[in-house]
Design a protein around this ligand. Structure first.
Ligand code: HH2
Length: 279
């Protein structure tokens, strides 16, 4: 059974892992000032930890369609105090960033995983993480966050995403990042129309052929809104269903806002999976 190497942690993937989303962006929390943002994020992260998050994914730059870029120093100012506080309390911390300088600083501050929607394609990104021993999530994205949803186009979305991720796995291994440290992610909603997202979810097991653990991030995404007619704050049930659909097709990690809901779903899932035949 596979194990993810993340710094000094060895995370068993025998059961699906839950990555809780910790946003440190001014628009994520409405309770005011800048220091308040960090404190609110830390409180929120501890709540997710108590609810059963296995990994806390701290991000200081939104990658939603149309979101504007954040300079590296501002991103560091947002995420570093949060990472230090969480790592200092023994949490397994991931940093959600595309920038090599933020990766380095976050790893120094105690992060043991880098979650990169650019799949370490920024110049210097593989070097920034190679020596650290940190885990890396390599995500597929067509285009850039600013424009990726304008006209996503694929001939065969599953094959193209798989081919891309395979190339990134090879590039990471060549840079000295062992396979035991790698996770792949099809990047739901990142330069994909509804039919692309559904094809990727339906055929997620094709990515399992790459023999690298798969992460699925569907929480609150627009495809859930398109299928249910629900606004972004009312997509929890749909998100749980989508993540279970992903797990049924081989995902070993899920990235979610609502950890408690996902934990309940996994209590059922794991009990069914582990039930012995004939008892
Ligand atoms: N989705 C978002 C951000 N980071 N990382 C991975 N590996 N997979 C994802 O699907 C993924 C991700 C969504 O973007 P954002 O605008 O930051 O929203 P939030 O962090 O609240 O999900």
């Amino acid at each position: 059974m596979s194990v993810l190497h993340a710094g000094s942690y060895r995370l068993s993937l025998a059961r699906p892992l839950v990555m809780g989303i910790v946003n440190v962006t001014p628009d994520s929390f409405s309770d005011g000032g800048r220091v308040g943002d960090a404190q609110a994020s830390i409180r929120h992260a501890f709540k997710l930890q108590e609810e059963g998050a296995d990994i806390l994914d701290v991000g200081g730059e939104s990658t939603r369609p149309g979101a504007s870029a954040v300079p590296a120093d501002e991103e560091m100012r947002r995420v570093l105090p949060v990472i230090e506080a969480l790592a200092g309390r023994g949490c397994v911390v991931s940093v959600d960033t595309m920038k090599p300088e933020v990766m380095r600083a976050a790893l120094d501050a105690g992060a043991v995983m880098v979650n990169d929607v650019m799949a370490l394609r920024a110049p210097g990104a593989p070097e920034a993480v190679a020596a650290s021993g940190a885990a890396v999530c390599l995500m597929h994205m067509q285009g850039e966050p600013q424009s990726m949803q304008q006209s996503p186009y694929y001939v065969d979305v599953v094959e193209e995403v798989k081919h891309f991720l395979q190339g990134r796995v090879v590039a990471c291994e060549a840079a000295g990042i062992n396979r035991e440290r790698l996770v792949i992610d099809p990047g739901f909603g990142f330069g994909k129309a509804l039919e692309h997202n559904l094809a990727l979810l339906k055929q997620l097991d094709h990515l399992a052929e790459l023999d690298v653990p798969i992460l699925a991030g569907l929480s609150r995404k627009s495809m859930l809104g398109a299928l249910t007619g629900r606004g972004v704050d009312q997509r929890e049930f749909a998100g749980v269903a989508a993540h279970l659909a992903a797990i049924a097709r081989g995902a070993r990690l899920v990235r979610v806002h609502n950890v408690a809901a996902m934990r309940d779903a996994l209590a059922i899932w794991n009990a069914v999976e582990e039930q012995q035949d004939g008892t």
